[in-house]
Design a protein around this ligand. Structure first.
Ligand SMILES: [Zn+2]
Ligand SMILES: [Zn+2]
Length: 350
């Protein structure tokens, strides 16, 4: 099999050839067809995430050491299964849930691997999808995405899943209540699309870039607000006619979280997704008296990925622009992503 691997943090991926693995135990082997190229792979290749305030999250401190095969949006055909894999769907095409855990703890057995205390994610801790073959630890991580374009399906397992999981933490949202989506980059626009797919319309998008606010309107936001405005809290209240039901913060900076928290009504929820980083003082008494919830949302569960696929299959979720490229161009694609030169998503054909 061949793959394109990180041999040294921050350096271009290099082609690697090795023997195609044979699935053991509950493992299944896929001949991959596609893998989405996620912006987070730029940071992982570089070996760290910038968290703001001078803080960095280093991959090597989290048990990741080169060589690693990135790619956490794989899609392919199941070609072989280990003796304990049960009725693995040999010959069928499947989307892979990449956020696999230890496979043994209570959370993993419930399909909530993203809450496992010993994560073993595909494309981070395990070999990922920038390859022609992929070993998946158990057939329960295979998802039938039949009925939707497989190239698009590949991209649902990261930003699609993460935004679905975040906005669904606000459910059920009464239709006449407002939800703020803070940050209208890729994750913000997908969050708006998810809320619309779930039938919610009263969405106000907040960003500091007017082009992104235009994109938010095109994605289905009912109103937009320039976060640079010194009177942003007051203007938000004018748009929504009062305090809001919930907010999803895709930035995760002190000023965005403060704006959202200050805007919530009693019983309101702030869902934190963005990893910009920072700290805010939180009044314990006000949190109690306003019955507020501040909740982090990280990736999503297997059931949530199935729900995202179902929304896509029902035609409720708008596809994003996708470019197909050969696997050999994956390293160049990461460079272009880093330079900000790609609109929509690149999916490599493996
Ligand atoms: Zn990703
Ligand atoms: Zn586990």
């Amino acid at each position: 099999m061949l793959s394109y691997d990180v041999f040294e943090w921050g350096k271009p991926l290099k082609k690697a050839e090795r023997e195609t693995p044979k699935p053991r135990g509950t493992e299944v082997l896929l001949r991959l067809k596609y893998c989405g190229v996620c912006h987070s792979d730029v940071h992982i290749r570089d070996g760290y995430f910038e968290l703001g305030g001078g803080k960095r999250f280093h991959m090597s401190e989290r048990g990741m050491n080169p060589p690693v095969t990135l790619g956490h949006e794989p899609y392919g055909t199941v070609i072989a299964a280990g003796p304990e894999a049960g009725d693995a769907p040999i010959g069928a095409d499947r989307l892979v849930y990449p956020w696999t855990g230890c496979g043994l703890c209570a959370r993993c057995r419930e399909g909530m691997d993203n809450y496992c205390m010993a994560p073993r994610y595909i494309g981070l801790h395990r070999r990922g999808g920038y390859a022609d073959h992929l070993l998946v630890p158990h057939p329960r991580y295979l998802i039938d995405a039949g009925g939707i374009d497989p190239v698009w399906a590949a991209t649902l397992s990261c930003s699609g899943l993460a935004t679905y999981s975040a906005v669904s933490k606000l459910n059920p949202i009464p239709p006449d209540e407002w939800v703020a989506v803070i940050g209208a980059g890729g994750l913000g626009l997908t969050s708006i699309a998810m809320l619309r797919a779930m039938g919610h319309e009263r969405i106000v998008a907040v960003d500091i870039d007017s082009a992104k606010l235009d994109a938010a309107r095109a994605a289905g936001a009912a109103a937009t607000l320039d976060g640079r405005d010194a009177e942003a809290p007051k203007k938000l209240r004018e748009i929504t006619g009062g305090p809001i039901y919930g907010a999803v913060d895709l930035v995760g900076a002190a000023d965005t979280a403060s704006l959202a928290l200050g805007a919530l009504s009693k019983g309101g929820r702030l869902i934190l997704v963005g990893l910009y980083g920072g700290e805010i003082p939180v009044s314990l008494v006000a949190t109690i008296q306003r019955a507020l919830t501040i909740q982090g949302s990280h990736l999503g569960t297997i059931a949530e990925l199935k729900a995202v696929v179902a929304l896509a299959r029902q035609g409720k979720l708008r596809p994003i622009p996708i470019q197909k490229r050969p696997l050999s161009e994956v390293s160049r694609t990461l460079d272009e992503l880093k330079a900000g030169g790609i609109l929509g998503r690149v999916v490599v054909e493996t």
